[in-house]
Design a protein around this ligand. Structure first.
Ligand code: ATP
Length: 298
């Protein structure tokens, strides 16, 4: 019995670890308790391009057949460019990110990466190419070093430190009682919103993805941290094909293209100045946000 129980115990541990890793992934996207049978095609290919373009072609999608969430979405992110998406809560912005990561398969249309349908790619190569800085970064109950290394588990200490420096969190970390070995998460040190985002940026830097998804936090940071995070993200986005899900218009001003979404459709598109000149929904949103900021200052 003893001989049997040791391997069984090991198996149980492995199972829990694998399950935990999967759970962590899903928590990144708030998808806990949901399953979707996305599978590799038998002849799935490995995505190898270092700077792929991304294109949504007449994409339709519903989580539940009774309600269509994306109702014909068309846009392109040229290799290395940045496209930002704005729009009311519930208009379908984060859904675009989930579909690009292939958490779900679409109902019709296509999502192309470098001209190839993403359903023809292996999920591991697709997901390996995408780095996500999520709205709310999940910290595992482990050290802060582990939490950064999660972006690339085989990374050397020096690489982890370089990523932390670039994300401007290294000095904070070395000031902690146990430095990179300090436990964080629910059972450790609690990090602020800005610190958590910096951990996410360091993770993404370490992963060095060719496609970057930045899902901006809804809760505002103080304006100084926000400016700093913005600068770090701008640097992270250089040379990467980037999709920004924005909640504040100040974040999107420099994007190569801005999409204004409403109820699963793209209502307007253009650069910040083109959209202001259009004097439509974006211009109204901009006006409103300026006035709100003025009120805060006054
Ligand atoms: P926000 O700005 O608040 O983050 P959003 O524009 O990103 O909103 P999505 O998260 O893409 O909106 O959601 C679009 C719609 O899809 C919403 O009406 C939402 O209720 C619905 N939805 C999102 N996730 C699911 C899900 N897992 N199952 C069913 N419906 C969902």
């Amino acid at each position: 019995l003893l001989q049997l129980s040791a391997p069984l115990f090991m198996l149980g541990m492995m199972y829990r670890e694998v399950k935990q890793a999967l759970t962590n992934m899903e928590r990144l996207f708030g998808l806990l308790d949901e399953r979707q049978d996305v599978r590799d095609a038998p002849d799935a290919q490995v995505l190898t391009t270092s700077q792929p373009s991304v294109a949504f072609r007449d994409v339709r999608f519903s989580y539940d057949t009774r309600r269509e969430i994306l109702r014909g979405i068309d846009f392109e992110i040229p290799a290395g460019a940045t496209v930002a998406v704005v729009g009311h809560s519930g208009s379908g912005k984060s859904t675009l990110a989930r579909l690009l990561y292939r958490f779900y398969d679409i109902d019709s249309g296509a999502i192309d990466i470098d001209g190839r349908d993403l359903r023809a790619l292996t999920q591991s190569s697709l997901r390996g190419a995408i780095g996500i800085v999520p709205q709310d970064t999940v910290l595992f109950n482990d050290t802060i070093g582990y939490n950064i290394r999660y972006g690339r588990p085989e990374a050397q200490d020096a690489d982890v430190e370089a990523a932390a420096r670039a994300a401007h969190i290294h000095d904070f970390i070395v000031g902690l009682p146990d430095g990179y070995e300090t436990p964080v998460g629910e059972r450790g040190l609690k990090l602020s919103g800005g610190e958590k985002q910096r951990v996410a940026i360091a993770r993404a830097l370490l992963k060095n993805p060719s496609i970057l998804i930045f899902d901006e936090a809804t809760s505002a940071l103080d304006s100084k941290s926000e400016r700093a995070i913005q600068d770090e993200l701008d640097r992270l986005a250089v040379g990467r094909t980037t999709l920004v899900i924005a909640h504040r218009l100040s974040t999107v001003m420099d994007a190569d293209q801005i999409l204004v979404m409403d109820a699963g459709r793209i209502l307007e598109r253009g650069t910040h100045s083109q959209l202001l000149a259009m004097d439509g929904v974006y211009a109204q949103m901009w006006d409103l946000q300026q006035r709100q900021e003025d009120e805060v200052v006054a």
